[in-house]
Design a protein. Structure first.
Length: 175
């Protein structure tokens, strides 16, 4: 049985699913500007001929794809987009530091997306120096992409895996 997404509105904007609208509401509550479906990549290398990530968050310098199910189409198209847009920015051990492309699942959990399309848990945090929100795949300190601050383990002001929880947006089932 296929679950059809439900068109949902937030602040007058039409979103293709409730999860996309909850993502928009979460970004708004966190004070983050975002562009919805602003970047499209076209070509035969994409399944269906094109790929349009759902959000671009300039402050985080990160694209977000909202997908309840991370199927082969999402995996391959996301991986191709990461390569085409030179979003890899990965360390030698394969960890995104910080992530520049993430998946938000239907329940608000954030996943770093690797250049091969596979995902890993991502954690949201703020730089203790400039306050920029970042997503990292491991609980380590990284140099902030905005101010360059590196503070070891103290770099991460908090760690949260769920975007909806961080913003105070109810998840499905009232959680």
């Amino acid at each position: 049985m296929e679950i059809k997404p439900k068109i949902t509105y937030f602040m007058g904007e039409r979103y293709r699913s409730m999860a996309e609208a909850k993502t928009a509401e979460s970004l708004h509550r966190l004070g983050l500007a975002y562009d919805y479906e602003a970047a499209a990549a076209r070509g035969p290398q994409y399944i269906g001929g094109q790929f349009t990530p759902d959000f671009f968050v300039p402050e985080m310098n990160m694209f977000m794809e909202v997908a309840g199910v991370w199927d082969e189409r999402h995996r391959l198209n996301s991986a191709q987009f990461i390569r085409d847009m030179s979003l890899d920015g990965w360390t030698g051990d394969g960890c995104p530091c910080p992530a520049r492309f993430a998946r938000v699942d239907g329940d608000g959990y954030v996943w770093a997306v690797f250049p091969d399309g596979w995902t890993d848990h991502a954690y949201l945090s703020r730089c203790t120096e400039c306050g920029r929100l970042i997503a990292v795949s491991e609980s380590q300190g990284w140099a902030c992409p905005l101010c360059g601050a590196y503070d070891g383990d103290r770099y991460l002001a908090f760690m949260e895996r769920n975007l909806f929880d961080l913003a105070g947006v109810k998840r499905y089932g009232g959680r």
